[in-house]
Design a protein around this ligand. Structure first.
Ligand SMILES: [Zn+2]
Length: 293
């Protein structure tokens, strides 16, 4: 793995140097970007599971560690590979992380103990976006450490209720998804629950409202902090019924379902997220595991 990164780095370096001699039309930054290897995040493949295949032999076929495949397919962990199912194959051993706003490659490199130039090259030779591919350097993916406060997952599972007043159909699950419109792979940081416009949206657990306003593609968004180490987020709301600083209990009305912002689905739905505090910021988790029904 280290060797492969090294090769990639040399390749990129050669490109960069070669370009310095061949083109004077584009700016230095444009040159670098235009001649950068395709970003790792755009080089994921889909593998359809065939008879006789398992995690180990698929990983072997792609020269990857099984953990790298599990990291990209969080739903695999507890289930066997079903024949015909599709799994995402990363181009290298590594993990995908959400990048807190304003973080630099230098900071991310220090955090994950990966060379800054390697991160830069692998991620398209540009400033960090919302997501970054972090290659594995010393065997194990170096996950950010979760703030210590006991097993936060169990805490919330005990108190987690449902974010809607009535059980709803799961329209889009958490994790890597393929957009049927353009076949592009994207990371869905929450779950989409289909519900009629105006359906009550309620807090899944006691906590404090830390945001209650329109927020870009989320539309009208409510964020609740629970115990300081977990957050729940409720997006695309039609209207908001709570204020920042307000204490809420499980089941309290936060607002109603709407279509504000830039939802992935056209039909009214609740985009619901659970995030856990890490040294890199609030990391999206699979909300399904935090809900009791
Ligand atoms: Zn969504």
């Amino acid at each position: 793995m280290t060797f492969r990164i090294y090769i990639l780095f040399l390749f990129g370096l050669a490109n960069t140097l070669g370009l310095a001699f061949t083109s004077s039309q584009l700016s230095w930054a444009e040159n670098i970007k235009a001649n950068c290897p395709t970003p790792a995040l755009e080089r994921f493949l889909h593998h359809q599971v065939k008879q006789g295949e398992n995690l180990e032999n698929i990983a072997q076929a792609y020269n990857l560690k099984p953990e790298s495949i599990i990291a990209m397919n969080p739903n695999l962990q507890n289930s066997k590979l079903a024949i015909g199912s599709k799994i995402l194959i990363p181009p290298y051993n590594g993990i995908v992380v959400e990048v807190p706003r304003g973080q630099t490659w230098q900071q991310l490199g220090a955090q994950y103990k990966v060379r800054t130039d390697v991160l830069f090259e692998l991620n398209g030779c540009q400033s960090p976006g919302n997501l970054a591919f972090i290659p594995v350097v010393n065997g194990k993916p170096h996950r950010p450490t979760i703030a210590k406060s006991g097993d936060t997952r169990n805490q919330t599972m005990q108190m987690g209720s449902y974010p809607l007043s009535t059980p709803a159909k799961l329209a889009l699950p958490y994790g890597w998804q393929i957009n049927p419109a353009d076949n592009e792979v994207f990371f869905h940081s929450g779950i989409d629950l289909l519900a009629n416009q105006g359906t009550n949206v309620q807090a899944i657990a006691p906590g404090t409202v830390v945001l209650a306003q329109a927020q870009g593609s989320y539309g009208n968004l409510v964020i609740i902090n629970h115990n300081g180490s977990l957050q729940s987020r409720y997006a695309h709301l039609d209207s908001i019924n709570v204020k920042v600083g307000q204490q809420v209990q499980a089941g309290d009305l936060l607002g109603v379902v709407g279509t504000t912002g830039a939802p992935n689905l056209k039909q009214p739905h609740l985009h619901f997220e659970v995030r856990s505090r890490s040294s890199l910021g609030w990391v999206a988790k699979d909300p399904k595991t935090y809900l009791t029904k």
